[in-house]
Design a protein around this ligand. Structure first.
Ligand code: FAD
Ligand code: NAD
Length: 462
């Protein structure tokens, strides 16, 4: 008999299991994959960042090394070796979780789970009992009507297939200008593919600050990505190692097609709850197929909780991790807490794009009077030395109280820099608090301080 069985060992599930064990509970975690770590470690965050890193290095060597006085033979790509580097990065991390499970005395129940009744989890032929069950089964790529994904074929693929293509395609069409489409589209553009992104909406990265969207699209276009916006994909068909994509433009309903070597379908993800037996158990779901939870991550069935990508909210590893820790605290009789207003989002392209809190439009829609402090990386010495001075920091503060409401960064190290704003927001800081904080020189973080100064008497370096 366990105190807790967690179903799914992604960032939500494995973090929940570890925290619960640290709090003294007897814990098991069920995982059907061969390795722990879920989507994120196996076919998501980690392998994509390995390919982004390697392809960024290649791009630097081709585009910037010579300008820095680094000359020599042109660096070439060994795709098999790059895949090996990616696999090693993944296995280093998944084995790390296995070690942490052993260290914390968490039983890994190998196989696919279903919930027979509250407190009864079936894995294979065996039913395990627990006082509490946490569902952390994550998400899968969403299907697109008229487009059949075949990852093994390597022509029409989703993100999982795109991480392991048999060869670098000469051309690629990405359906969807969201995070996955732009990260993996960037990888293949840097590796030499001609990449065209077809997006249904009139702008890229829906939900992001409008100024960042425009600048981001401009920079990616400069890097060679082509964009077809306001276009609804109707079908994609594979034949003889190639594919034809048909789409219509929303503005005039005109029909078009593109022939390409590879199609990446990146039109979002959907919660993965099949086979768990939630219907029979009476677990209430939302209209969009997510598990309904209350403010303590409890489902409608007593003793059954849910976290991560299978519940509403941003589909991000760190959001899942935070919920994992919080629900473990709740189950252990403590106070779990997640501040959903301060969850950063990062796109790991070059430059990186990072945000936290409200966009300018959202703040205004909510009836807030705002001050905007903007600072371009052109005025930042470190960014210039790194040859990455495109982009800016945009800080949004309440016009009356000066309290920070949000921050949007496009530029070098944006994904690291955003955290000083997250901490400031957690402490309820004003823009002036950031402006008065000494920042080391020369760092890209100085741009955040300058944006905060821009909310007051003005920045120094523009
Ligand atoms: C290409 C890509 C790149 C990404 N990059 C980032 C990034 O850089 N940063 C970021 O924050 N997010 C990123 N994400 C999103 C991130 O991967 C998810 O938000 C995160 O993995 C969600 O964690 P989770 O624990 O809820 O679910 P998952 O990681 O999906 O894990 C769920 C686990 O449950 C297992 N499971 C499912 N059903 C059962 C069952 N019945 N029995 C047993 N086991 C089961 C699955 O096998 C899986 O291992 C990326 C996603 C993709 C696809
Ligand atoms: N760096 C990160 O944090 C990171 C990286 C990768 C994935 N993720 C997470 O994974 C999830 C899925 O990512 P994603 O990029 O697949 O989804 P997304 O929701 O970010 O983007 C999907 C895009 O596809 C477009 N689209 C939908 N149907 C279309 C059609 N028929 N034709 C053309 N365009 C269409 C949408 O308008 C949208 O812009 C996201 O929630 C994201 O948070 C995060």
């Amino acid at each position: 008999m366990y105190d807790l069985i967690v179903i799914g060992a992604g960032p939500g599930g494995y973090v929940c299991a570890i925290r619960a064990a640290q709090l003294g509970l007897k814990v098991a975690c069920v995982e059907g994959r061969e390795t722990l770590g879920g989507t994120c470690l196996n076919v998501g965050c980690i392998p994509s960042k390995a390919l982004l890193h390697a392809s960024h290095m290649l791009h630097e060597s081709h585009e910037n090394f010579d300008r820095m006085g680094l000359t020599g033979a042109k660096v070439k790509v060994d795709w098999t070796k790059m895949q090996g580097y990616k696999a090693e990065t993944v296995s280093g991390n998944t084995k790390g979780i296995e070690f942490l499970f052993k260290k914390n005395k968490i039983d890994w129940l190998k196989g696919w789970a279903s919930i027979e009744a509250p407190g009864k989890v079936k894995v294979g032929d065996k039913v395990h009992e627990a006082t509490n069950v946490v569902i952390a089964t994550g998400s899968d790529p969403a299907k697109l009507k008229g487009v059949e994904v075949d990852n093994a074929g390597g022509v029409i693929v989703d993100s999982t297939g795109a991480l392991s293509l048999p060869k670098i395609p000469k051309s690629m069409v990405v359906i969807g200008a969201g995070v996955i489409g732009l990260e993996l589209g960037s990888v293949y553009a840097r590796l030499g593919a001609e990449v065209t992104v077809v997006e249904y909406l009139d702008e890229i990265t829906p939900g992001m600050d409008a100024e960042v969207q425009k600048q981001f699209q401009k920079i990616l276009t400069k890097q060679g990505l082509k964009f077809i916006l306001g276009a609804a994909v109707k079908s994609a068909e594979a034949a003889k190692g190639k594919a034809r994509i048909a789409y219509s433009l929303k503005k005039d309903d005109s029909e078009h097609s593109i022939d390409t070597d590879c199609v990446l379908v990146a039109t979002g993800r959907r919660p993965q709850v099949d086979g768990l037996g939630l219907d029979a158990l009476g677990v209430q779901m939302t209209d969009r197929g997510f598990i309904k939870i209350d403010e303590h991550w409890a489902t409608s069935v007593k003793g059954v909780y849910a976290i991560g990508d299978c519940v509403p909210g941003p589909m991000l590893a760190h959001k899942a991790e935070d919920e994992g820790m919080a629900v473990a605290e709740v189950i252990a009789g403590k106070h779990g807490h997640v501040n959903y207003d301060v969850i950063p989002g990062v796109i790991y392209t070059t430059p990186e794009v990072a945000n936290v809190g409200m966009t300018e439009a959202a703040a205004k829609d909510a009836g807030r009077k705002v001050k905007i402090g903007k600072f371009p990386f052109m005025g930042n010495a470190r960014a210039k030395a790194m040859m990455q001075a495109d982009g800016f920091v945009k800080l949004i503060a309440d016009a009356e109280t000066d309290r920070i409401l949000g921050c949007h960064i496009i530029g070098p190290n944006a994904g690291e820099m955003i955290h000083e704003v997250c901490v400031a927001m957690e402490f309820g800081a004003a823009a002036e608090d950031l402006a008065l904080t000494c920042h080391a020189h020369p760092t890209t973080s100085e741009a955040v301080r300058e944006a905060a100064l821009a909310c007051g008497d003005g920045p120094i370096h523009v």
